[in-house]
Ligand binder design. Structure first.
Ligand code: CA
Length: 440
């Protein structure tokens, strides 16, 4: 449901929020957690991005007297978990209250202006204590590409059309944008028939994903029906699920990814709420034409019609040489969530809880790599370069198969639709650092 907070004609008194290119107009109002630059040891505060500023909700609290006491208390927390635990009505109440303060007609704008901080003056932290991280595998194009690469001649495994496949990932190594990534060591079989060697990965890769934060949790043993699943989702962020393909190739049989994935995942620090995404709802990508009917627990008319979001993603790369020449990053791939992923976030959440698994506020559900069907829309270098067989051409004669030390990768995402204001999810930029000289 859209309302006055989505009105494209609404303006903010914060001038930068009205710039056509900003990710953070008045219609977005994503939540994050920050400290002032140079004071990173301070207790973080919850803020809202508006234009090129952060609106400090702790400082603005006296201007928000109508919020229920439990919501006001949650806004005093150093993380978003407590607010998310209160569910969608609380998140929606914060959105409406903050919108009113930042809208052009607000009478006490001078008092509100005291709570603004330039984004260049703050450090953004992980917005939640992420207790658990689950990563899905839900893009048919990605599934098809990886099967063609590693099991030529086969179609997907039969489970793909019946359920959103996932594995339990590692929450402790999730870091916010800007934190550098050190190339990991691992066991790699360099010659197909030889013994593995312990080396720094030679196939460091991106995975272009979205991360969905769990809002209100569910008790252990209590599944969440699809009709209620979105009440348990708080918002979305850009997620880069780093992968080491050579480590993955050796370790992932018969179990799932381990060292090839658990060294790091990076995310953009803003949480764009489901409320902000209301104008950008869409149906998920169709499943295979020959796919069997859905199990009833994964089927609901509202979810089928508009359970996904038309979020566009772009990844760009800047090599060390490009940085030295002062050149901007070059885009290497673009994809779209609703077009390229066949399961909705609500279906993922419902399936996650089918056996009674409890989700907790701030848990993160990764969408899985989002790959489109066309060249240049693949969500990993594995697919873009066909496991290194087709190097990507970069400016000045450089090329890449997988990432080299000194490379800088930026994921960004946004939503745009005729009749609504464009909103962005922010950016996730990471610099690749060399491996340790020796792991032990
Ligand atoms: Ca992944």
């Amino acid at each position: 449901m859209t309302d006055h907070t989505h009105d494209p004609a609404a303006r903010s008194w914060v001038a930068s929020a009205d710039h056509p290119d900003t990710d953070f107009p008045l219609q977005n109002l994503p939540l994050g957690v920050f400290t002032l630059r140079g004071r990173e040891q301070d207790t973080p505060r919850i803020g809202v991005a508006i234009g090129d500023q952060v609106f400090d909700l702790l400082q603005a609290l006296p201007l928000l007297p109508a919020l229920p006491p439990e919501v006001r208390e949650a806004l005093c927390s150093p993380r978003l978990n407590a607010l998310f635990a209160l569910g969608r009505p609380a998140i929606g109440a914060v959105r409406h209250a903050v919108w009113r303060l930042l809208e052009a007609g607000f009478a006490e704008r001078q008092r509100a202006a005291d709570a603004l901080r330039p984004q260049s003056d703050v450090v953004l932290h992980l917005p939640c204590d992420i207790g658990d991280y689950t990563d899905f595998f839900a893009s048919p194009n990605h599934a098809r590409n990886t099967f063609n690469l590693f099991r030529p001649g086969q179609t997907f495994l039969p489970n793909f059309v019946h359920l959103p496949i996932a594995y339990h990932g590692r929450a402790s190594s999730i870091v916010p944008a800007g934190a550098p990534l050190r190339r990991p060591w691992g066991q790699v079989r360099i010659h197909p028939d030889g013994s593995p060697q312990v080396v720094p990965t030679r196939k460091l890769d991106i995975e272009v994903e979205l991360g969905f934060y769990v809002g209100q949790g569910n008790p252990l043993g209590q599944p969440v029906p699809l009709s209620e699943a979105e009440q348990h989702l708080a918002g979305v962020c850009v997620l880069n699920d780093w992968s080491a393909r050579d480590i993955q190739a050796f370790e992932s049989q018969p179990l799932g990814p381990f060292q090839s994935k658990n060294f790091c995942s990076s995310l953009a620090p803003w949480v764009v709420t489901l409320e902000a995404l209301a104008p950008f709802r869409a149906a998920a990508a169709p499943r295979e034409s020959a796919a069997p009917p859905l199990q009833p627990y994964l089927e609901h008319p509202a979810d089928a019609a508009a359970g996904a979001f038309d979020i566009r993603l772009e990844t760009s790369l800047r090599t060390e040489a490009m940085r030295q020449r002062g050149e901007p990053p070059v885009p290497i791939t673009r994809s779209r969530f609703a077009h390229d992923v066949c399961w909705t976030p609500a279906q993922m959440l419902t399936h996650h809880t089918l056996g009674g698994c409890n989700l907790r506020p701030g848990d993160l559900l990764g969408s899985g790599t989002i790959s489109g069907p066309e060249p240049g829309t693949e969500g990993s270098l594995l697919e873009l370069t066909w496991n290194g067989a087709r190097p990507l051409a970069l400016p000045h004669g450089e090329s890449r198969t997988f990432l080299l030390d000194g490379d800088e990768v930026t994921l960004t995402a946004w939503c745009e639709r005729e009749g609504f204001r464009r909103i962005g999810l922010g950016r996730c930029t990471t610099l690749i650092r060399p491996a340790l000289e020796a792991p032990y």
